[in-house]
Design a protein around this ligand. Structure first.
Ligand code: NAP
Length: 339
């Protein structure tokens, strides 16, 4: 064992409704020695993402639950500082599901080497990582935008939504973002070029707001939040509308499912298509998405914002911010420095 310690956050409780900092516990573990073909990663940035709320729950989903009393699951990017694996040499920057900890041991399974020439390495957790790829493939493959169409995006100022809106602009759509608060709405219109925004926290009548911002109806609704906003948008969709179901963050902390109107009538009348999506469905095309988005960043067509908290001790706090809309941009935690 190495004398240096590895601070880790463990999941110690499965919340029924709102998660809290008490659901996690920090522990200092020794850094284990490396086995055959293994390498040691010093984590530089750690990602917190809404999907982690689902992993805290027990039960069937698209991925197994995070285990209790084990290091909390999560994506991270770091530097290899020791290696017994010829394909992963010391100094390389790698991204993978390394968990909420300062050091991770890996054998390379599920690990991606980060091309540091494209953008700062933190982007491998955001615009050039899982959220950006979700936006790219979710919009282009499920939303299928067409020049002149109207798209509405919820959680529009977030990691996924902000990229969806900008790609939709590149494709020539009229883009309407729904976000919480005037600062986020101003950012979307003034810095990202959204045509209109709806501040759902101050706009009590979402239906009126959709009428005035989408006079020709809605062709694509990229849904990140579910709940009442989805119900309302369905009353405004056009013939042949596409509704990529990316997430439902407004429902993640509910202990009981809500009783709501069924969406089937709106889908039938409009011959509309509502389709769930999972970013991993396009894992084989990951490089294509990264290269295209990196090109758009270089051309000044795609902008990104990161909200970075300092220190591994901030991981639960950073995670909880997501459910209160307190993150402004991709929520990341800076855990260490490059060597
Ligand atoms: N299907 C996939 O493969 C996939 C992959 C990545 C992410 N996702 C999903 O995409 C969605 C966005 O993820 P992200 O990483 O981009 O997060 P994010 O938007 O950066 O952060 C979450 C945002 O959700 C909004 N929010 C929180 N509670 C809300 C509520 N009750 N009602 C309405 N909005 C609420 C907040 O924005 P406001 O301040 O605007 O309220 C908050 O900032 C999530 O649902 C996530 O699970 C899916």
């Amino acid at each position: 064992m190495n004398e240096k310690s590895n601070r880790c956050w463990l999941l110690i409780n499965r919340p029924i409704s709102e998660p809290s900092e008490d659901d996690f516990e920090i522990r200092e573990n020794p850094i284990p020695d490396l086995g055959k073909n293994q390498f040691l990663v010093k984590i530089i940035y750690l990602s917190v993402d809404p999907y982690m709320r689902g992993r805290m729950r027990d039960g069937a989903s698209y991925a197994p639950p995070a285990a209790l009393d084990e290091v909390m699951v999560g994506g991270a990017v770091g530097q290899i500082i020791k290696s017994n694996n010829d394909s992963y040499s010391e100094g390389k920057i790698v991204q993978g599901n390394f968990g909420w900890q300062e050091y991770a041991v890996s054998d390379g399974v599920g690990v991606n080497v980060v091309d540091t020439s494209l953008a700062p390495i933190s982007t491998s957790l955001g615009v050039l990582g899982m959220p950006g790829l979700t936006a790219y493939f979710g919009l282009l493959e499920v939303g299928r935008p067409v020049l002149g169409e109207t798209i509405v995006i919820s959680a529009a100022a977030g990691a996924v939504g902000s990229v969806v809106g900008q790609i939709a602009k590149i494709k020539g759509c009229n883009v309407v973002g729904i976000a919480g608060g005037s600062e986020k709405c101003r950012y979307l219109e003034e810095e990202l070029g959204f045509d209109y925004t709806i501040d759902y926290k101050s706009q009590l009548n979402i239906s009126n707001a959709l009428d005035s911002t989408c006079p020709k109806g809605i062709d694509i609704y990229f849904d990140n939040v579910g709940g009442a906003i989805l119900d309302e948008v369905l009353n405004h969709i056009n013939l042949g509308a596409r509704i990529p179901i990316c997430g439902m963050i407004s429902e993640y902390n509910l202990s009981e499912p809500q009783l709501v109107p069924r969406p089937t009538r709106a889908l039938l009348v409009n011959r509309a298509r509502m389709q769930g999506l999972l970013v991993w469905d396009w894992v084989e095309r990951r490089q294509e998405g990264i290269e295209q988005m990196a090109r758009w960043i270089k051309e000044g067509k795609l902008h990104y914002k990161e909200d970075i908290l300092e220190g591994i001790d901030k991981a639960p706090e950073a995670f909880l911010k997501l459910f209160k809309g307190q993150n402004f941009g991709k929520q990341i935690i800076k855990v260490g420095d490059l060597q």
